[in-house]
Every structure is written in structure tokens, then in C-alpha cells.
Design a protein around this ligand. Structure first.
Ligand SMILES: *Cc1c(COP(=O)(O)O)cnc(C)c1O
Length: 339
């Protein structure tokens, strides 16, 4: 029994998901003739109260497209210092869009309207880059799966409107946030100009993300996706996995959240653990006492068939997911207690 708690991207399609994929009706999606992709796009757009959606091969490409749509070279976006768009997209903001990032020191990856307001460059002061976009993440990845209070989004949107900025949500784990907070997804469509969502994280599809917005913006996104090489042909086979995931794998995220919390509760009691960050969803970040070597700890766990990841500086990360089942969970709790 190999237990991989490194990421929620390690899940493999189940037989049922594969069957749904095999049965998909497909067409050439570059000509917008794939009925399964069209169905998925319409469904996700509607779910978030947006006019339109576009299927992407990765969340990175969906985010990078959003940045391209909302900025001109030389401009600046505002994000938390932990933001995926800044840390984990290969420098794409500068490579693809020629923009710099103004990074804020947020709380567990979350920034406030007040911080945003203070970070906007005066548009008349032409010596500084023109601020044009604010990007937030929900849940936060490097911030440990934290969920925003929806009221903060409304406040940030107000600051954006007052300053002529666009507002993008990196919603790679928006499903986890929705399950944990019981927020209404339709409200998200009102507050953001664009939203990216992933099907390949907690939902367990092998590939796929979508970018959501109004019709005109999604029409522009089609060209950017083409330029980035993201136009795919009979991709309905993958969209079918996404539809299956939306039907079957959203509510069960609550199990992932419960298991992460239970692991957190066990870690709290262990004397070699220094601190466990609050667990809100499926990501758990903890630090070990200074006398504990994290590489040795990870190796010990590996010998017991449990893989977790290091974030450096004595911090470690555990992510629960669809393929982490109850039997594995029982074993992990016992193993940690005895370690
Ligand atoms: C995983 C992730 C993405 C997208 O990653 P891809 O691997 O490109 O699909 C974007 N944002 C966050 C916060 C993520 O965790």
C-alpha cells in the first residue's frame, strides 16, 4: 500500500471515470465542434454565474491567459507573496505578459482590501509601473488550504473598481473552498472578472482547467489559448472526465478535509512537532522541532510507504485527496503516533 500525500494531483482516474471518458462524444474543439467540451464549458460557467468558459490543458495556462487578457507589457499585478501565479508558473507573468508582480505579505496566502489599496501605484506617476490587475487564490496553496471570507472579495472588488483594476481568482481549489465555506458559487461570478478552476486537483480528473468570464473576454481568451498552444482537438475525452468529476467528486471533498484535520490533531500531540498550521481544507502544513532533520523524518515515513513533501525551512506539507482512502488514513494516523 503506497500512500502518496505529496499532492492532490496524484490521483488516477477510476474505472467509472474511464468508462465515462470512453463513451464521450467528441469533435474538433479548435473548430468549437466538440459537444462534450461545449457541455462542460456551459455547465461550469453557469455554476459560477458567468456567461462563458474555456477549457484549458492546465491551470497554469488558464491563469497565464487571464493575466495576458487583463494587462499590457510593463504593467504590474498585485498578489500575495505565496501566489501560484508568481511562484509556480515558471515566471510566466513576465515571460508571457511582460508584467511585474507587486507581492503583499498576506495572512496564509490571503490579502486584504486594505493591503491592495496601499499597493496600487498612482497612475499619474509615470515612473512606476501601472497597476492593472489583482490576483487572489482560494483556497491558498502555499498558504495551507486557507479559505477567504467572501466579504473580503467584495471589498477588494470595490478597490479594483475605484482604481480601474481587473480582479482574477486562481480557483485551482475553489471546490474545496466551496465545500468548506458553503459559499454560493454564483456570487463568485459577480465579484471576479475572470476565474480559473482545476479539474485535476481534488476532483480527480487526469487533466483540465477552465477559465470563466463574460462572453467578450472568453472570445479574446480563445486567441490567447491558441497562441500558447492550448487549442486541442478531440479533447471531449478529457472534458468527459471533468463532467464525471463534477457529478461525483465535489461533495466527497469533505472527507479529505476531515482526514486532514484528523492528521493535524494527531500531529498536535507529538513532541517532535513544533507547530501545526490551522487546517481548513485538504492541505496541512506543519513544522518540526529545530533538532529534527526533516529529510530524515521524510525518509522514515517513506520506509513505511508514506510520502509527504518538504517546503523547506523545517516546514512539511501533507495533502489529502480522492485516492487517499479510509484504510490508508487509519494506517497513517497509527504510524504517526508510533513514529
Ligand atoms: C495546481 C495549481 C494551479 C494550476 O496548476 P497546473 O498544474 O498548471 O494545472 C494553479 N493555482 C494553484 C493555486 C494551484 O495549486
Amino acid at each position: 500500500m503506497e500512500i502518496n500525500l505529496v499532492s492532490d494531483t496524484v490521483t488516477k482516474p477510476t474505472q467509472e471515470m474511464l468508462r465515462a471518458m470512453f463513451k464521450a462524444e467528441v469533435g474538433d474543439d479548435v473548430y468549437k465542434q466538440d459537444p462534450t467540451v461545449i457541455e462542460l464549458e456551459a455547465r461550469v460557467a453557469k455554476m459560477f454565474g458567468m456567461e462563458a468558459a474555456l477549457f484549458f490543458p492546465s491551470g497554469t495556462m488558464a491563469n497565464q491567459t487571464a493575466i495576458k487578457l487583463h494587462t499590457q507589457p510593463g504593467e504590474q499585478l498585485i498578489a500575495d507573496k505565496y501566489a501560484h501565479v508568481y511562484n509556480y508558473e515558471g515566471g510566466g507573468a513576465s515571460f508571457n505578459s511582460g508584467v511585474s508582480c507587486c507581492l503583499l505579505n498576506g495572512n496564509r496566502g490571503m490579502i486584504s482590501a486594505e493591503q491592495v489599496a496601499g499597493a496600487i501605484n498612482d497612475p499619474e506617476f509615470y515612473h512606476s509601473p501601472l497597476t492593472s490587475l489583482v490576483c487572489v487564490e482560494n483556497t491558498t496553496n502555499k498558504g495551507g488550504g486557507a479559505c477567504y471570507d467572501f466579504e473580503e472579495f467584495k471589498k477588494i472588488r470595490k478597490v479594483c473598481d475605484d482604481n480601474n483594476l481587473k480582479f482574477h481568482l486562481d480557483g485551482a481549489r475553489i471546490w474545496n473552498a466551496l465545500v468548506a465555506t458553503k459559499d454560493n458559487p454564483v456570487a463568485y461570478g459577480k465579484v471576479f472578472h475572470t476565474i480559473s478552476v482545476c479539474l485535476s486537483k481534488g476532483l480527480g480528473a487526469p487533466i483540465g482547467s477552465l477559465l470563466l468570464s463574460d462572453k467578450a473576454t472568453i472570445h479574446r481568451a480563445l486567441r490567447v489559448r491558441k497562441i500558447l498552444g492550448g487549442g486541442m482537438r478531440q479533447v471531449g475525452y478529457l472534458a468527459a472526465a471533468g463532467i464525471y468529476a463534477l457529478d461525483n467528486n465535489i461533495e466527497r471533498l469533505a472527507d479529505d478535509h476531515r482526514r486532514a484535520k484528523e492528521i493535524g490533531a494527531v500531529l498536535e500531540k507529538l513532541n517532535w512537532v513544533e507547530k501545526v498550521e490551522p487546517v481548513e481544507t485538504n492541505i496541512l502544513i506543519f513544522s518540526v522541532q529545530p533538532n529534527i532533520n526533516e529529510a530524515v523524518l521524510m525518509e522514515k515515513l517513506k520506509q513505511k510507504n508514506i510520502s509527504i513533501s518538504s517546503m523547506g525551512h523545517g516546514k512539511l506539507r501533507i495533502v489529502t485527496h480522492l485516492d487517499y482512502r479510509e484504510v490508508m488514513h487509519t494506517y497513517v494516523l497509527e504510524t504517526l503516533e508510533k513514529l
